[in-house]
Design a protein around this ligand. Structure first.
Ligand code: NDP
Length: 609
């Protein structure tokens, strides 16, 4: 059998013209490329800093702290909570989580917009389910349940006791004589800790579009991650009754907008959706948890399910697809797994070109079905046409929703397509697109979060290591870590998040692996009665080389993609893209590598003193 026949066996008849589709994709991309790249966005400081204010918890005053704890963990989201839990399991009791937010939950503290829910299956996504003896109520949990689960993790592992909430770290300095970190905050604290863990979150700083006139608009505005329920009424489940007589505009149609637009459409007198690039919307199929299934779960079930999902979404082989949803479907068909099946049919390995061709064809076929779905659901043909995504599936975050497209059939909802240009400007009363002004009472920014700016700008503080060198200086050219968790010159300091590690669709899975690793090193350092731990210069250099050697930049793929935060807004080279600098072995191998390293017990590559 030749390659063409193998492709046909796998994909069926190719009833489209790949060359024409590619041309269309590139033309749509070119429309959107802007010279400013990431600089098109406004940092939420100075005049815009109120966009970051906490609308959920009134500020409580407290006296500054000058005490000492074992470990300070910065960030009260899943990364911080998992680290706290793993340290508590290792016997630590003086663990202090610090967060700007008024409670735990991280992204789930901030993102309470109506309709917010996790879009990775909750049985895999919510951390520590077995430890808390909890099974989520739905296949995809709604935000309030996830926030409550975060609080329950904190209660279970006693993390409220030393927590500093509503507190922003302003700096950290290593005191080598005392072998401790000095941590300063905006509450005038000057506390110390033997170890620090930075779990700042990859998408934590809201960003705003740099639209002319953004300060002129006199109506009400807010960012989706600071939803103003005083203004809209209702809660995360909907019922936005105060919008009944309001004209509402929303800028952005990414994963967040897709979830909240159905609620805005249901309640606003008029809703204008200002779109630059449509998202790809596949079916969701959420449902309540079957109590019989929940009762049948055996110990170890969550790790097994997470591992299975990780395998299914990273081209591995497994007999069953336990999660069996939109994610596993696209990964099965649009990544290496497709190539594996075709090569089995063919009886030989595919060449790189054949592999790429097959995956590209699969992608076109998938996106054709996404575009057909729009036609099937949206009644107005012009609106349907504008809602069709013309790019490859993984150029942007794939979305899954069963009410989003339907919202455009409501008479009070109007899609204002900007043909890739974006909103032109704001006036006192509304939004201008193509010289037409749309008057609104309220404008909601669903414009996402900072990506591609420096790690320290996003975290809001810098840290000073052993020789007076700051992390922003040390990482000025690129991140330099050992195993993605530590850097030379910054003893007893750990990083969690997208720091030269392997990342997977189920981000809490990755955070759990990192948390276990950091907690292991902390515990081993104490067990060996040492005060300091850091990677050797050689081990760090070797690891950075490994990152370079195995780098899967997918450069051509991202260059051809429509701009967004995955590809540094379309900048050539994608050096600062969301997934740049990740470990190319992929999460299955990488996590096994970390496990094997821990099991060896030699702490190879680390210096303890
Ligand atoms: P995104 O960055 O994905 O989306 C921002 C949106 O704003 C895009 O549609 C962008 O258009 C648009 N935009 C920016 N500037 C302008 C402008 N000048 N005029 C018009 N439109 C503009 O942010 P989100 O908050 O939607 O999502 C961020 C990430 O958070 C997701 O990718 C996902 O990882 C995560 N998330 C996860 C969810 C879950 O798991 N349940 C739910 C929500 C978010 P363009 O595409 O053209 O740049």
């Amino acid at each position: 059998m030749n390659f063409e026949s193998a492709v046909q066996t796998y994909l069926g008849e190719i009833d489209f013209d790949p060359a024409r589709l590619k041309e269309k994709y590139l033309a749509e991309r070119d429309k959107r490329i802007r010279d400013e790249g990431i600089d098109q966005y406004i940092e939420v400081t100075a005049d815009f800093s109120h966009y970051e204010d906490d609308p959920y918890t009134p500020r409580a005053e407290r006296d500054p702290l000058f005490d000492h704890v074992d470990v300070v963990v910065i960030g009260g989201g899943f990364g911080g909570l998992l680290t706290g839990a793993r340290l508590a399991e290792a016997g630590y009791t003086k663990i202090r989580l610090i967060d700007k937010a008024g409670d735990f939950g991280g992204t789930w503290y901030w993102n309470r917009y109506p309709g917010a829910m996790c879009d990775v299956e909750s049985y895999c996504y919510l951390p520590l389910l077995e430890e808390l003896n909890y099974v989520p109520k739905h296949k995809y949990s709604f935000a309030p349940e996830i926030l409550e689960h975060s609080r329950n993790i904190a209660r279970k592992f006693n993390l409220y006791e030393h927590a500093c909430l509503q507190t922003a770290v302003t700096g950290m300095q290593w005191d080598d004589d005392a072998a401790r970190w000095i941590i300063t905050t905006d509450r005038r604290d000057e506390m110390t800790a033997d170890f620090v863990v930075m779990s700042n979150g990859p998408l934590s700083r809201p960003k705003l579009p740099g639209i002319p006139g953004i300060n002129e608009f006199k109506g009400h505005t807010f960012h989706t991650s600071r939803w103003d329920y005083n203004y809209t009424g209702g809660d995360s489940y909907g019922n936005l009754h105060k919008l009944k007589d309001k004209r509402v505009g929303i800028v952005g149609t990414g994963a967040t907008a897709v979830q909240c637009i159905p609620h805005l459409g249901e309640w606003a007198a008029e809703l204008y959706v200002f779109q630059r690039t449509p998202s790809s919307i596949d079916t969701r199929n959420n449902h309540e948890t079957d109590p019989g299934w929940a009762a049948s779960l055996q110990p170890g079930w969550q790790q097994e399910r997470m591992d299975n999902f990780n395998i299914m979404t990273n081209g591995g082989d497994a007999d069953v697809d336990m999660v069996h949803d939109g994610w596993t479907d696209i990964y099965r068909n649009l990544t290496g797994t497709a190539a594996k099946q075709a090569s089995r049919t063919l009886g030989r390995r595919l060449t790189d070109t054949e592999r790429e061709e097959l995956i590209e064809l699969s992608d076109y076929r998938k996106m054709n079905s996404i575009r057909r779905r729009v036609d099937q659901i949206v009644s107005d043909p012009a609106t349907a046409q504008a809602l069709k995504p013309w790019y490859r599936q993984f150029c942007k975050r794939p979305c899954f929703h069963d009410e989003y497209l339907q919202t455009y059939n409501r008479p009070n909802v109007q899609l204002v397509d900007t043909h890739g240009k974006g909103v032109e400007r704001l006036t006192e009363h509304g939004v201008v697109v193509d010289d037409q002004e749309y008057e609104v009472d309220c404008l909601i920014f669903a414009t996402g979060f900072e990506v591609g700016t420096s790690y320290t700008r996003r975290s809001g503080y810098d840290i000073t290591g052993r020789d007076g060198v700051t992390l922003s200086e040390y990482w000025a050219d690129e991140m330099r870590t050992f195993q993605g968790v530590m850097s030379r010159g910054f003893p007893n300091c750990f990083f969690l998040g997208f720091t030269q590690t392997a990342i997977t669709v189920n981000v809490p899975h990755a955070l759990n692996e990192q948390a276990k690793h950091a907690a292991h090193i902390v515990a081993e350092t104490r067990l060996r009665q040492k005060q300091r731990v850091e990677p050797t210069a050689q081990a760090e250099a070797d690891y950075v080389n490994e990152i370079h050697r195995l780098a899967r930049t997918n450069e051509q793929f991202y260059i051809e993609c429509t701009p967004g935060y995955y590809n540094s807004e379309g900048r050539e080279g994608n050096k600062e893209g969301f997934f740049s600098g990740m470990h190319g072995a992929g999460p299955i191998k990488f996590y096994n590598q970390l496990r094997a390293w821990r099991a060896a017990g030699t702490l190879e590559g680390l210096e303890l003193y």
